[in-house]
Design a protein around this ligand. Structure first.
Ligand code: PHB
Length: 387
């Protein structure tokens, strides 16, 4: 009897030892190719930087990141996520550069009970599609409501909205209008531009014809340069019509290439490379050093903070990778990000963060989003409204 239990204990020890040596695998699924590859590059760079700064062992477990390129094709995202779970036995799925890609993966997270960390996509509904989703990016309603309230208080009475025609654009359009009309403003027209090979020119003409005080814009990260080019080509920068937008338009990855036409654009966003904190200064410096020629943008911080969340959750579980235990550990977690203070809403698993109102200005010869007002600790307005 005694002998048997000694053998059993020894066997358990060996099994435990072997398990402890297995790395914790994180499946990172991103658009590394195709029109939204800049999002993939930014998030991957930030994930690698976080590991470079914090080491690749947490709670005695080695961390291994397996990167997969979905090329912005939802069927590929779903297949890759499935393979990562089944073949590679990943403990966490992470990344997700656009809403359709995050939504395609949600059923896999639910079925496999594997946490899905949404580091980049921004449609409100994503976190409701699986109890295993946690978001470290942002929601479009956060930015759009903040922009609308600022506009209404700053002499803008009539607006035309011009958004990209897919889920986050619909969120931006809806929540801008909701908050702007509530504050006494008027939305004269709501225009939607196709996401593939966008031609903004006819929409900008229609917007101009409505003679608004301002155009409110949302474009996904990476498409801002085409919008600005066509805005200037149509002479709208000299028309007296103001340009306001979510921070996606004045993306730090490409902003500096816009030229002086971008000066004065006011946006609402959660991250600026010019955010004046010690944490962010160190982040920008380290990011640039590790990725010459690149400036971290708002997508990058979703990757950086997502890794922090995973590391801290593993510390709390003592290195255990049970999906529900990791999700429970992430709920309510609060820490300082390069963007400012953030936390994970324990009820919705969505991000609570400051939204900043910023103006494009030149500093040291480069264009930056300079923050001048803060809406502190904003929850996702769409979820707040459902309560
Ligand atoms: C999204 O697909 O959710 C998305 C993509 C790019 C953005 C914002 C949202 O800049």
């Amino acid at each position: 009897m005694l002998r048997k239990s000694i053998i059993a204990a020894a066997a358990a020890l060996v099994a435990g030892g072997a398990a402890a040596q297995e790395p914790v695998r994180i499946g990172l699924v991103l658009p590394m190719s195709g029109p939204f590859a800049s999002t993939g590059r930014q998030v991957e760079a930030a994930v690698r930087l976080y590991m470079q700064e914090n080491g690749s062992t947490v709670a005695g477990r080695k961390i291994e990141v397996i990167l997969k390129d979905d090329g912005n094709v939802a069927d590929a995202t779903r297949r890759l996520a499935q393979e990562l779970v089944v073949n590679d036995k990943v403990a966490v799925l992470a990344g997700f550069g656009l809403t359709p890609l995050a939504l395609a993966t949600a059923p896999i997270a639910t079925q496999a009970k594997v946490p899905q960390i949404v580091m980049a996509a921004g449609t409100s509904v994503i976190t409701e599609r699986s109890p295993f989703i946690v978001r470290t990016s942002f929601t479009l309603p956060q930015k759009s409501v903040a922009m609308a309230e600022w506009a209404a208080k700053n002499g803008i009475k009539k607006v035309v909205t011009v958004v990209t025609d897919f889920a986050p654009g619909h969120d931006a359009e809806k929540w801008f209008k909701e908050a702007f009309t509530k504050a006494g403003g008027q939305v004269a027209a709501e225009l939607r531009v196709p996401i593939a090979n966008p031609d903004f020119a006819p929409f900008l003409q229609r917007a101009r014809d409505a003679q608004p005080d301002a155009i409110f814009n949302f474009v996904p990260s990476g498409q801002g340069s085409i919008f600005i080019k066509q805005f200037v080509e149509r002479g709208l920068d000299k028309s007296g019509i103001r340009l306001i937008a979510t921070g996606d338009l004045t993306d730090d990855d490409i902003l500096n290439g816009y030229g002086d036409a971008a000066l004065g654009i006011v946006t609402a966003g959660h991250y600026s490379a010019a955010h004046p904190s010690a944490k962010n200064k160190a982040y920008v410096e380290a990011f640039k050093k590790a990725n010459p020629g690149m400036r971290p943008n708002f997508m990058s911080v979703g990757g950086y903070d997502g890794m922090h969340l995973i590391y801290e959750a593993l510390k709390k579980t003592g290195g255990k990778t049970d999906g529900q235990a990791l999700i429970d550990a992430m709920k309510g977690m609060a820490f300082e990000s390069p963007r400012g203070p953030i936390s994970i809403d324990p009820e919705t698993r969505d991000i609570i963060q400051n939204i900043y109102i910023r103006r494009v200005e030149k500093q040291g010869g480069e264009l930056y989003n300079i923050e001048f007002a803060t809406i502190a600790s904003m929850k996702d307005p769409e979820k707040a409204a459902k309560k």
